[in-house]
Design a protein around this ligand. Structure first.
Ligand code: HEC
Ligand code: HEC
Ligand code: HEC
Ligand code: HEC
Length: 226
């Protein structure tokens, strides 16, 4: 019995301390106010992240038909199941720590936009291979993480895939190859010389060049170039 009263007493004191005036404001008030401010800040922050993920936002700069037009002809824009992958689904990470980093790096694009680096279709074509290589490098390094937000080898029914797809996917699982190793150009046109450039990207990633994976990629690319 005494125990209960004691507990109640100390809870009471804790309650008073929490809500009572300390120097200026009560601890409780400060925490609650801080919490609310945090939600407002976080909401605004989150809204900014969401807004800058929309197709309309990307296309506000990537207006040229080159980019949007090509992608609109692909299965990720229109397909029988009605699931669309928009620009950010493939280009911006979902996990927030990676997402925030990507957004910060993307600030450089504002500078390039102001300089007009890809302002005309001609300039775009000049830079396309270089830009594509940047994307490949990221996808190769993160094991095509963004593709895997929607696709997963484990959920693929190889028995209903066409034979070539099923056997290549088995090969990919066995050798550790990643989506982008074989699926370049799924959303945009590929410039001339892309396979050589892709090979350079793979080499630049400094994996042991004799690794099973690197050998598998080399063999696959060699097959393609024939
Ligand atoms: C402020 C204008 C602007 C906005 C908004 C913008 N971009 Fe860009 N983006 C550029 C410019 C300019 C380049 C060319 C940079 C260069 O020349 O290196 C570029 C390059 C790229 C590249 C090539 C690879 C790289 O990292 O440079 C990709 C991919 C890309 N943008 C995707 C996106 C996506 C997806 C969005 C929306 C989430 C987006 N961009 C929003 C201006 C913009
Ligand atoms: C937002 C989800 C999403 C993301 C991200 C995504 N995909 Fe897809 N992908 C789809 C859907 C949906 C389809 C169409 C499925 C259908 O209806 O047949 C598809 C179809 C495909 C196809 C079949 C093409 C064809 O012609 O039949 C390939 C290959 C593919 N995706 C590869 C990729 C790769 C590689 C990436 C990463 C660069 C990627 N996808 C990212 C959702 C996504
Ligand atoms: C070793 C090469 C290779 C790798 C790695 C690879 N694919 Fe494929 N994939 C193919 C080939 C070849 C096809 C059949 C032709 C085509 O659609 O390009 C195919 C077909 C597909 C299809 C269409 C299947 C169908 O039956 O409609 C999807 C979706 C797909 N791949 C997604 C992926 C994703 C996602 C990854 C990574 C998790 C991946 N692939 C990795 C070679 C590969
Ligand atoms: C299904 C995934 C997917 C979607 C959706 C997608 N991209 Fe890409 N994007 C890629 C891949 C993969 C590359 C690397 C080059 C290649 O293989 O075509 C790339 C390359 C690029 C590049 C580099 C230059 C080039 O042409 O290769 C730019 C810029 C770009 N994307 C912008 C966009 C914008 C803007 C959108 C939306 C209108 C978009 N992407 C939608 C997968 C995607």
């Amino acid at each position: 019995m005494a125990d209960t009263i004691d507990t109640r007493g100390s809870l009471r004191r804790l309650w008073d301390w929490f809500w009572g005036p300390t120097a200026v404001l009560s601890v409780g008030f400060t925490l609650v106010a801080g919490f609310l401010a945090g939600i407002l800040f976080w909401g605004g922050f989150h809204w900014t992240l969401e807004m800058t993920n929309s197709e309309a936002f990307c296309v506000s700069c990537h207006t040229m038909e080159t980019n949007l037009g090509e992608y609109r002809e692909t299965i990720h824009y229109n397909n029988h199941s009605g699931v669309r992958a928009v620009c950010a689904d493939c280009h911006v990470p979902k996990e927030w720590q990676h997402k925030v980093k990507a957004k910060i790096i993307a600030v450089k694009d504002v500078y390039h936009e102001l300089r007009g680096s890809i302002a005309t279709p001609e300039l775009y074509e000049e830079r396309r291979l270089q830009m594509a290589a940047l994307v490949w490098k990221k996808m190769k390094a993160n094991d095509s993480r963004e593709c895997r937000n929607c696709h997963n080898f484990e959920y693929m029914d190889f028995t209903i895939q066409e034979t070539r797809a099923a056997s290549e996917h088995q090969r990919a699982i066995d050798t550790g190859m990643t989506c982008i190793d074989c699926h370049q150009g799924i959303a945009h046109n590929l410039p001339a010389g892309y396979l050589e450039e892709y090979e350079r990207v793979v080499k630049s990633l400094q994996k042991p060049s004799a690794s099973t994976e690197t050998n598998a990629v080399k063999a696959y690319l060699a097959d393609k170039t024939q």
